[in-house]
Design a binder for this molecule. Structure first.
Ligand code: FAD
Length: 381
């Protein structure tokens, strides 16, 4: 059994499949595991899945638990909304966690086993016949597998070759990310809370990671086009400061504290929902199947849901093709719903008049019931 891609999706699928009694091998293009220097939020739906895979202690040790999520008016700094996260465990059956992406990846690699990963293996071709799947790599090597799980991200080679040759489309949204040493920031940035300042076409979020040592900053802005050759690039804090000129003092203080070499800018790309994720012995998972904009923090969380359900389907099914069929039918509606809601989340959040959010709170993750899902228990027949 082969998994293409050793990101959050490939590694979590690997752990789930090993727990189901299989021996998958991960083929990862990069020479070494790595994640961007940024934070990640894992909502209770994902945390229930990771806990079912034996990662409860790791998460409790490594992640922060925000007590509140605030929305502030970008310019005046007035509080618009507060979501109390103190009761998350009782309400949804698991915590809401925030952590450093590199720490999450390291925990997943350890749980899966670094020895089961082939690094520097960039998939270039994939073919299949009745007996199995043939994988061709950029260095000319070949492997055979009975099943291949494609967790190779938004620009998935497998998606392009077997499912959808179209190019991802620039969404008009740009993400700016940095990790900032906490001691250089206002006291408020170190509190166990998400602080989101919102305004027309822009918002800026902070939350602490690694205890209170670092603060994750992500800003979302808009642009008519994406002219960079790469879809992520180093950026200067001055460029971001110009976009948030005139905003509340907290926003200015956060941007002023970004170290000169710590800011990256990402063009955010979207793809159409797919009618199927399975072709013969090959299945798509995570961003390869359903990439989504980050406005509800559900991209990795839904990828983790896929992986946990995939493992259960292999455990339950009589043979691989039945497992893939069960996986697709258990997951495609849920993931397509999260994809659609996330992709319009920017328009909801970055409203022309931020006071409208206070007066008419948007359909956020709580209101949509997203956190109630439990990938370790959801029906798979
Ligand atoms: C600004 C921003 C903030 C976000 N914040 C959150 C958040 O707070 N919470 C959340 O849940 N989600 C968040 N997301 C989304 C989340 O990062 C993704 O949904 C998630 O990383 C997808 O995981 P994946 O494993 O499917 O893909 P990826 O993380 O893209 O991993 C794909 C892997 O496949 C490898 N690969 C690619 N091509 C090949 C090939 N040909 N051969 C072999 N290997 C290959 C890559 O090197 C990579 O390791 C955010 C996204 C953005 C852009």
């Amino acid at each position: 059994m082969a998994i293409i891609g050793g990101g959050i999706g490939g590694l979590t699928a690997g752990i789930a499949l090993r727990r189901a009694g299989f021996e998958p091998v991960i083929h990862e293009r990069a020479a070494a595991f790595g994640e961007v220097g940024a934070g990640i939020s894992l909502s209770p739906n994902a945390v229930k899945g990771l806990e079912a895979l034996g990662l409860a202690d790791f998460l409790a040790r490594t992640a922060n638990e925000p007590l509140d999520q605030f929305l502030f008016h970008g310019e005046t700094g007035e509080e618009l909304l507060r979501y109390d996260r103190r009761t998350t465990r009782e309400t949804y059956g698991a915590a809401y966690y925030q952590l450093h992406r590199a720490d999450l990846l390291a925990g997943l690699v350890e749980a899966f086993g670094a020895g089961r990963c082939v690094m520097g293996a960039a998939l270039a071709r994939i073919e299949q016949d009745g007996a199995g799947v043939r994988l061709g790599f950029a260095d000319g090597s070949e492997e055979r597998a009975d099943v291949a799980i494609a967790a190779d991200g938004l620009r998935s080679t497998v998606r392009e070759m077997l499912f959808d040759p179209s190019e991802p489309r620039f969404s008009g949204h740009v993400a700016w990310r940095a990790l900032i040493p906490a001691e250089t920031l206002p006291e408020r940035a170190r509190l166990p809370a998400s602080i989101n300042h919102v305004g027309p076409g822009r918002n800026l979020v902070t939350y602490p990671v690694r205890g209170c040592g670092l603060v994750n900053m992500v800003a979302l802005t808009r642009s008519d086009d994406w002219v960079e050759e790469s879809w992520n690039a180093r950026a200067m804090p001055g460029e971001l400061a110009a976009l948030f000129e005139g905003w509340a003092g907290y926003v200015g203080a956060v941007i002023a504290a970004i170290p000169q070499d710590a800011l990256y800018r990402w063009g955010l790309f979207v793809r159409e929902p797919l009618p199927t994720w399975v072709r013969g012995r090959v299945a798509l998972l995570g961003d390869a199947a359903h990439p989504m904009l980050p406005f509800m923090g559900q991209g990795a969380s839904s990828t983790i849901e896929d992986a946990v359900v995939l493992g259960r389907c292999f455990e339950a099914a009589a043979h691989a093709q039945e497992a893939l069929r069960l996986y697709e039918s258990a997951r495609i509606e849920r993931a397509s719903f999260l994809q659609a809601e996330s992709n319009c989340g920017g328009d909801r959040l970055q409203a022309l008049d931020p006071y409208a959010l206070r007066d008419n709170p948007p359909q956020n993750e709580d209101a949509l019931g997203i956190f109630r899902y439990d990938p370790a228990r959801v029906g798979i027949t």
